[in-house]
Design a protein around this ligand. Structure first.
Ligand code: SF4
Ligand code: SF4
Length: 96
């Protein structure tokens, strides 16, 4: 069996994002203030959550893989509102 190594960059070249004008994920910054784990920062495979000095997080929904991990692990009650992008927008994974 031949195992073909594919780099992360090569894999990302097969991913396309059709950005919706409406965010499919929103983060309630007030709820994040009391969050001590900031687990969204480490769990997001796209690195879309950035911890801020004021105790909150900076979030950008562009280039989201729609895996749902942030929503599942969030420690803040209702901090994350999550749904799939509507209208055919969002990520598309193509075969490399
Ligand atoms: S759905 Fe996945 S890729 Fe998108 S922001 Fe949440 S953890 Fe990151
Ligand atoms: S885990 Fe939830 S509450 Fe904590 S910083 Fe991330 S989004 Fe905010």
């Amino acid at each position: 069996m031949i195992v073909r190594h594919i780099s992360f960059e090569d894999r990302m070249d097969t991913v396309v994002f059709d950005l919706s004008p409406t965010p499919h994920i929103t983060v309630d910054g007030d709820a994040c203030q009391g969050c001590t784990t900031k687990v969204c920062v480490s769990v997001c495979p796209a690195g879309l959550f950035v911890p801020m000095n004021d105790g909150g997080v900076l979030f950008n929904y562009e280039q989201c893989f729609e895996c749902g991990a942030c929503y599942l692990v969030c420690d803040g009650l209702g901090a994350i509102t999550w749904h799939y992008p509507t209208g055919g927008f969002g990520v598309a994974f193509r075969r490399g």
